[in-house]
Design a protein around this ligand. Structure first.
Ligand code: UDP
Length: 192
């Protein structure tokens, strides 16, 4: 079920339900993408029709932040709970470790994705991180080629909004992956 906040159609899911959806999307042959708009992004989308369309075309739209949950409550269409992108990503590491899925980390300043990968391997030793790249590139084609060469199943796309959402939306047909998730500054968080 969807809940409309400022024109963004959020999935009204708990963390457990969001993870079940991710597991199902990992089984599908085509590339899906997940977005995690906070209240600021929803506000941006209010004035930017194409950004709003990209958000609403996602297979999973998660309420990242208390502001979105409060907004939904005021609008009398309450959401079950906040599902923050970084928490969702952290839980997904466990799913990938269990299933043997391959994770690619894209974004942040040079060195951040590598540091994040090192920390993720400490908490999830069996996790397969098949590649990393910083988020400051001019040309998207070599980035796409590297992700495909790495045979990634999941990509954490951490380029900030709306760059990360446009990247996932515009290139999903060229990317031979199962699921991409737009996660803003989360790699900085994992890199600690
Ligand atoms: N970033 C990037 N490429 C860019 C612009 C930003 O990789 O061209 C990264 C930046 O280093 C940071 C993240 O994207 O890690 C954006 O973080 P921010 O906190 O601004 O985004 P939010 O989480 O608020 O969407």
């Amino acid at each position: 079920m969807k809940t409309n906040v400022l024109g963004v159609q959020y999935d009204n899911v708990t963390m457990a339900e969001a993870l079940d959806t991710a597991r199902a999307l990992l089984q599908r042959p085509e590339a899906s993408y997940c977005v995690t708009p906070n209240a600021e992004m929803a506000y941006e989308a209010l004035h930017d029709e194409s950004f709003r369309a990209i958000l609403n075309e996602a297979s999973l739209v998660l309420p990242d932040g208390a502001g979105v949950v409060l907004g939904a409550k005021i609008l009398r269409t309450p959401l079950k709970e906040k599902v923050a992108g970084i928490d969702f990503a952290a839980n997904l590491l466990g799913v990938l470790e269990e299933t043997g899925g391959r994770l690619y980390l894209l974004g942040g300043k040079p060195g951040i994705a590598e540091q994040a990968a090192e920390n993720m391997k400490k908490t999830h030793p069996k996790l397969c991180i098949c590649g990393t790249a910083d988020g400051y590139f001019r040309d998207e084609a070599p980035v796409i080629a590297r992700i495909n060469e790495a045979r990634a199943d999941v990509v954490f796309v951490c380029l900030g909004a709306p760059k990360q959402e446009c990247f996932m939306h515009d290139h999903r047909a060229e990317l031979n992956v199962r699921l991409m998730i737009g996660l803003g500054g989360s790699l900085d968080g994992f890199a600690g």
